[in-house]
Ligand binder design. Structure first.
Ligand code: ADP
Ligand code: ZN
Ligand code: ZN
Length: 739
């Protein structure tokens, strides 16, 4: 009988499995996909994941190395999750080993036991007597035994010193068998009979019909797009759906964008439920992540809340998936495995046969298109819950108006009025720093990044020039590096400059800046929020950090300093993003009694998309944007894949992509595939970044099947291509950024 061959996925970019022989001591194992094995790899030892066993290997028997050790008695990955990873690797044309590395908690990849953490508990032994003659003369042991007697369920090791328990005394007691010391799991709080810690709000009719529609899926796969204006009570809908899920004995998975994971969001879930909530986001450490993952897998967490990668959390009894702010770009991973968590969530919901709800005030054009096509049921919430009024929009034409650090005269007036009425103002500018460029007024020198085709931003506070693309920074020069004159001028305005100017214009009003630079310090954001919620008149200046998740009930004026970037950009998604940002920022305003005003400064006050957005609302905008996409054949009316390459020498990346392009043409003919267009290769819009020259080849198709067949064959060919070794290349299926 031929020997069994173990076929493993290894953490390697190579899109193939690796074969190993079964070592002598593991001949009688019942192999399961997902089991982890330690194996030799080159001169290292690494951990691989068993995908399948086979009787046959391409590797000659004498070259086949045996695996070194088996780490799991049972596969730590439930079959459903393994299946999802297989699907993901195939769809994104990514190596399975690397896919598993992205999907699994770090500690699992490093070989940590896939079991919840155990802790040693010290406990008084059954039948032990406090007056045992053996400790009559040992007061410290007697004392220790007395303390333990007061804790009949045992004392965890880490709390010994807090209880003044001395380890030596305990060891002596252990020798006499008067105490026990056992490793066990933390006792888990039991499942609750009453899930609600707080009464539910009575739903308004729109919320009620959304909940009923989703309920009517009967717990089976069905996709819903919950399109509800900001403040319409989408979260309340989620909470009530989760309640039903818990009551049915099932678990709910909630994905939220990175930036939304404020204490506010979380608090709402924690306050509502008597439930065990597992949290998975970038601030939890590796151990906490593994514990949360295991708790979800073993059915010990009822609600799993996390950012993008939490999509890969296994669930014992999955019942519901919710994707909040489904349009958010942070659901797409932009490095390594370039997956889209929302798209994969749909795949997962179908595989697990459970309902999925995508929620947003500004749904992506992709999701709206899917709703039009009948793939998702569209549920609309058009009214703000609690009676708050929708904001009013004003397009402020700033053509030929003088701007003072980006702020026009009429806007200054509006700010003044609002503050005088005792209200708050939010000024939105999606650009950090003081100014996007430093210019020599004498010779025209500009602050170019030495490593990128981009300008360095002036950061006045820190006295630096910083490149926002590669992170390079240097001290801001006093004299022009070229001509030596002292006439360097910051050009344009970022949040720092707007802040500085507003402080001068409104000296009696606090100006609070909220961007990545002002909130890096731990607790800084909370402090800013506390000040804002105090309700005194103030001006908030910030980037898109302000646009998400927060409620600012005292803000009645929102000023958008510059909307034009979104209307000019070469990126076909720019206008969609701009519209989403405007609506989301506007949604922060006037949530309570007073209606909000939104003033948009623009040079393109008559731009049809902007007019549509501000007069008819996001959905009218989206219909118009969709019809433009349809006529230009852009996604969602076509499918894209982007092959990117970068290299240290100019031309090298394009050379590789040229070959890739010829190979693709050849494959299209050979496989008789139609409807796939190859666009490029062309230099990337920012050709040089961080010292590398970048180029790209865009593949566009009107159907997925031929595109994916081409990609599978093409990538296999590229992996064999020698010129591919001199460049760094990667494939992005369904790219959301063409840069
Ligand atoms: P969204 O998630 O759509 O932005 P929220 O769920 O945050 O909206 O709701 C906005 C506000 O309206 C919250 O303060 C919430 O408590 C309140 N709210 C939601 N639903 C109701 C309801 N049915 N009755 C009264 N208030 C509600
Ligand atoms: Zn100069
Ligand atoms: Zn740079």
């Amino acid at each position: 009988m031929p020997a069994t061959i173990l076929r493993l996925a290894l953490p390697s970019p190579l899109r193939r499995l690796f074969d190993y022989a079964v070592p002598a001591d593991l001949q009688h194992i019942a192999w399961q996909p997902g089991m982890r094995l330690r194996v030799p790899f080159g001169r290292r030892e690494i951990i691989g994941i068993l995908v399948e066993v086979s009787q046959h290997s391409e590797v000659p028997a004498d070259k086949l190395k045996p695996a070194l050790a088996l780490l799991d008695a049972q596969s730590p990955l439930p079959p459903a999750l393994f299946k999802l990873c297989l699907w993901t690797a195939q769809y994104y044309q990514h190596s399975l080993g690397d896919t598993l590395s992205w999907a699994l908690p770090v500690l699992l990849r490093q070989g940590e036991p896939a079991e919840a953490r155990q802790e040693r508990f010290w406990q008084i032994a059954a039948g032990a007597q406090l007056d045992d003659p053996r400790i009559a003369r040992a007061p410290r042991q007697r004392e220790a035994l007395q303390t333990l007697a007061q804790h009949p369920h045992g004392v965890p090791h880490r709390l010994l010193s807090q209880l003044q328990l001395n380890k030596d005394s305990l060891d002596l007691l252990l020798e006499k068998a008067l105490v026990t010391c056992e490793a066990r799991r933390h006792p888990l709080p039991a499942r609750h009979l009453n899930w609600l810690a707080q009464p539910e709000l009575p739903l308004n009719p729109e919320q009620q019909s959304a909940v009923s529609a989703i309920q009517s899926a009967g717990g089976h796969f069905n996709a819903f797009l919950l399109a509800g204006v900001t403040g319409s009570g989408k979260t309340e809908v989620y909470l009530q759906l989760i309640h039903q899920t818990l009551a049915a004995g099932k678990q709910a998975l909630v994905l939220i964008p990175e930036i939304n994971l404020g204490p506010q969001t979380l608090a709402r879930f924690e306050q509502r439920f008597n439930a065990r909530i597992a949290l998975l986001h970038s601030n939890v450490n590796d151990r906490e992540r593994l514990d949360a993952w295991l708790a979800a897998r073993d059915g010990e967490a009822d609600i799993i809340i996390g950012t993008r990668s939490a999509l890969f959390t296994p669930m014992l009894k999955p019942g519901l998936i919710i994707i909040d702010e489904e349009h958010d770009a942070s659901y797409k991973q932009q490095e390594g495995l370039r997956y889209h968590a929302r798209d994969l969530a749909l795949v997962r919901a179908r595989q697990e046969n459970i309902p999925i709800v995508l929620g947003s005030a500004t749904p992506s054009l992709e999701s709206l298109h899917n709703a039009h096509a009948g793939r998702y049921a569209l549920l609309k919430l058009t009214q703000r819950a609690g009676g708050a009024q929708p904001p009013r929009f004003l397009r402020l034409d700033i053509k030929s108006l003088p701007l003072d650090s980006g702020i026009s005269g009429p806007l200054q007036q509006a700010i003044k009025q609002t503050l005088a009425a005792g209200q708050q103002v939010l000024v939105f500018l999606n650009r950090r720093g003081f100014a996007p460029t430093l210019l020599c007024h004498d010779c025209g020198w500009i602050s170019q990044c030495p490593r990128c085709d981009a300008r360095m931003t002036v950061h006045q506070r820190s006295g630096e020039l910083r490149c926002h693309h590669c992170g390079y920074s240097e001290r801001s020069p006093r004299n022009c590096p070229d001509c030596g004159k002292v006439d360097l001028r910051p050009l344009g305005a970022g949040t720092e400059r707007a802040e500085e100017r507003l402080e001068i214009l409104f000296p009696d009003t606090p100006v609070l800046r909220i961007d990545r630079d002002s909130t890096t310090r731990k607790g800084a954001m909370d402090q800013l929020l506390t000040t804002i919620h105090h309700g005194e008149p103030c001006i908030l200046v910030g980037t898109q950090m302000l646009a998400k998740g927060h409620h600012f009930p005292r803000v009645t004026l929102v000023a958008i300093l510059d909307a034009d970037g979104g209307l000019f950009s070469a990126d076909f998604r720019a206008s969609e993003r701009m519209a989403q940002l405007i609506v989301q920022v506007a949604g922060r305003a006037g949530r309570a009694e007073e209606a909000g005003r939104v003033i948009i400064q623009t040079h393109l006050a008559d731009h049809p998309l902007l007019v549509q957005l501000t007069e008819q609302g996001y959905f009218a905008f989206a219909e118009q944007a969709l019809s433009e996409r349809r006529s230009t054949g852009l996604p969602p009316f076509s499918h894209l894949a982007l092959l990117r390459a970068e290299a240290h020498k100019p031309g090298q990346a394009e050379e590789f992509l040229d070959q890739a392009c010829s190979e693709a043409e050849h494959l299209l003919a050979e496989l008789a595939l139609h409807g796939v267009e190859l666009l490029g290769p062309i230099p990337a819009p920012m050709e040089r970044r961080a010292g590398r020259y970048r180029a790209q080849l865009l593949l566009q198709a009107n159907a997925r099947a031929p595109l994916h067949r081409l990609l599978a064959a093409l990538l296999a060919a590229l992996e064999r291509m020698p010129s591919g070794r001199a460049v760094r290349w990667s494939l992005d299926v369904d790219p959301i950024d063409l840069f």
